[in-house]
Design a protein around this ligand. Structure first.
Ligand code: PHE
Length: 358
């Protein structure tokens, strides 16, 4: 028994002293391997009497378990240390701040979309999307736009060839309104969505680009009325332009897919040649809106007696130009780095309802 105590002491000492997994394995082999010290003792049991074997065997097994436990503990410790070492070597500091002198800028269109999502997000709207290449049905027919409507003319709309079997052609969507239809078809009310995205018309001059951006809004629920439309859009205009008492006017208008329809104007002053948003004698049109036409609801399988809603659409370039004093629409797409450095936004300039854009 004495010899077992000294073996125990020696082996546990070697295990504790082993510096790495290889050293530990060498200890294991020397004790428990085929020619190991303890293996030899276990083999020796056969030469003993039955009584001797019982006592000696039990003691050897206790020692074996003890050594195996110590080996397992030391192995886990070495593996943990190796992993810690590797993690420390391979560490990537994801909190590293961006270089303060970085030249990167957020384009005013992206910035304005972020602000729109921020403002309407606070009002409970989510973002919906739809395809740029649209069916005639979604872009026109479902929206109650009649065949003779000017928007359907070749000189306004980019049509794609070839024609489908029914004679219709795909179009580059001329507004974000088709996403109203797609959303009403695929989701159940209540709905509250905005749709920021690209739109296309065959226009090109100082104030029109063949590609531009719109944001659509759609709210559908039971008992939605013109008061909701007005409250929502007044709140939006004042928050976006950061003017608490900004005058907002609703002017009767016409869109095939809304009834009644209203153009929304904000107060401004043109005194002295410049344009100043806020109080003043003048008005500036910024968006189109209206109560969703009963025919449009019915086209989407909704019962107009049960559900009502309002919709709006505005040009993103236009509101960005007004808010940030950008004079020429065409400059948005010229990719002139000097322009982007001047009108762009720093990457960490997160717009918020409290601080606004900067
Ligand atoms: N789609 C219209 C346009 O492009 C805007 C609009 C959207 C008007 C929704 C009313 C309701 O001019």
């Amino acid at each position: 028994m004495d010899s077992l105590d000294s073996i125990r002491e020696a082996v546990l000492g070697q295990i504790a002293a082993a510096q790495d997994a290889d050293a530990l394995e060498a200890v294991r082999v020397s004790v428990l391997g085929r020619n190991g010290q303890l293996t030899a003792l276990l083999k020796g049991l056969g030469a003993l009497t039955q009584d001797e074997r019982k006592v000696r065997g039990a003691a050897l097994n206790v020692l074996k378990t003890e050594i195996e436990t110590a080996l397992g503990g030391a192995k886990a410790k070495h593996e943990g240390a190796a992993l810690d070492k590797r993690l420390a070597q391979e560490r990537i500091d994801v909190t590293l701040p961006v270089k303060a002198d970085s030249d990167g800028r957020i384009h005013p269109i992206s910035q304005t979309i972020d602000e729109l999502i921020g403002i309407f997000g606070e009002m409970g709207f989510t973002v919906a999307e739809g395809p740029h290449i649209e069916d005639d049905f979604y872009n026109f027919t479902a929206l109650n736009i009649p065949p003779e409507h000017p928007a359907r003319q070749e000189h306004d709309t980019f049509y794609l060839t070839p024609r489908a079997a029914d004679g219709s052609r795909k179009v580059l969507r001329t507004h974000t309104s088709p996403v109203q239809i797609r959303t009403m078809q695929s989701q159940k009310p209540p709905l509250r969505i905005i749709v920021p995205g690209r739109t296309f018309r065959s226009d090109h001059d100082a104030t029109h680009s063949p590609m531009f951006h719109q944001v659509e809004g759609l709210v559908i629920d039971k008992n939605i009325h013109m008061g909701h439309l007005k409250g929502c859009l007044i709140e939006f205009c004042r928050t976006f332009f950061e003017i608490d008492d900004l005058p907002v006017r609703f002017r009767p208008s016409y869109f095939p897919f809304t009834e009644p329809s209203a153009e929304v104007d904000i107060g401004c002053s043109r005194e002295g040649g410049g344009l100043k948003i806020g109080a003043g004698a003048d008005w500036l049109e910024i968006l189109g809106s209206g109560m969703v036409h009963p025919k449009v609801l019915a086209n989407c399988g909704l019962d107009p007696a049960e559900y009502q809603g309002f919709a709006f659409g505005m040009g993103i370039e236009r509101i960005a130009m007004l808010k940030y004093g950008i004079p020429d629409l065409r400059t948005f797409y010229e990719s002139d780095l000097r322009w982007l450095r001047h009108y762009g936004f720093a990457s960490l300039d997160v717009p918020s309802l409290i601080t606004g854009a900067r």
